[in-house]
Write a protein that binds this ligand. Structure first.
Ligand code: MLT
Length: 241
């Protein structure tokens, strides 16, 4: 587990990298693909997003931009997963840039397999890992501008918890991996009150100040979407069938 894009190594890659931004980028990405978006293309830079998306017909694209939790002027959407309804996103490509989540995706885009995970699609991600059995897996939290985030770490713990409980592994198999043991403990403490945990988290509080209560509720619903966002080419995620 790496807690922020900044802490994630650049000189080596795992077999499978999983970007996690529970509040809210990877929840939004999973929701858009589940609702029928043809792909989600992630950018760390807004100008680059505008330039690339300009080449698409307006009816085939949607631009989502978030900075500091708020919508970026000139974009169609902010980063609320609740905006990604089938009516809005079906058949379109979502071009998205967010403060931290799209940077986490960019940081790991050279790994042979890149996935996006959140609480909403946790079980689908775990199913993929159990089937494909990649040897090395990185869980990359998006954090907030270089610092630790409670909800991304808890989601990493939720993935680890489900993996361990569906295999014949035990805690002793991860002895020495302090990051995973810590994430598991965090998840175990909050698993039945994820929404309450979001209310305690710094970014949860930021979103609440921006009237994001419904977003928090949505993002807290564990295993509610059967969708696996998987990278098809650098920066472009599609739904794996
Ligand atoms: C991010 O990338 O930092 C987040 O997804 C912020 C947000 O809640 O929009």
């Amino acid at each position: 587990i790496y807690h922020t894009p900044e802490l994630t190594p650049t000189d080596t890659t795992p077999d499978c990298a999983i970007a996690v931004d529970v509040l809210r980028a990877t929840t939004t990405i999973a929701t858009a693909l589940h609702a029928g978006a043809e792909a989600v293309q992630a950018f760390s830079d807004i100008d680059q997003l505008m330039q690339v998306s300009e080449q698409w017909l307006p009816e085939k694209r949607l631009r989502a931009g978030e900075r500091g939790g708020s919508k970026v002027a000139g974009c169609d959407l902010g980063n609320s997963p609740l905006d990604c309804t089938p009516e809005r996103v079906q058949g379109r490509r979502l071009f998205i840039t967010t403060t931290n989540g799209t940077r986490a995706l960019q940081r790991v885009q050279n790994a042979p397999v890149v996935l996006a995970a959140a609480m909403v699609n946790r079980q689908t991600v775990v199913k993929y890992l159990l089937e494909q059995k990649p040897e090395t897996v990185w869980l990359v939290g998006s954090g907030w501008e270089g610092s630790y985030s409670l909800e991304d770490t808890a989601c990493a713990g939720a993935i680890a918890d489900s993996l361990i409980s569906q295999t014949d592994h035990s805690l002793s198999d991860i002895a020495g991996n302090d990051e995973v043991i810590g994430a598991l403990a965090l998840y175990t403490q909050w698993k039945d009150k994820m929404l309450e945990m979001f209310h305690h988290a710094s970014h949860g509080q930021r979103l609440l100040r921006l009237n994001g209560h419904e977003d928090l509720k949505y993002c807290a619903q564990a295993d509610s979407l059967d969708v696996l966002p998987i990278q098809k080419e650098p920066g472009v995620l599609v739904k794996k069938f």
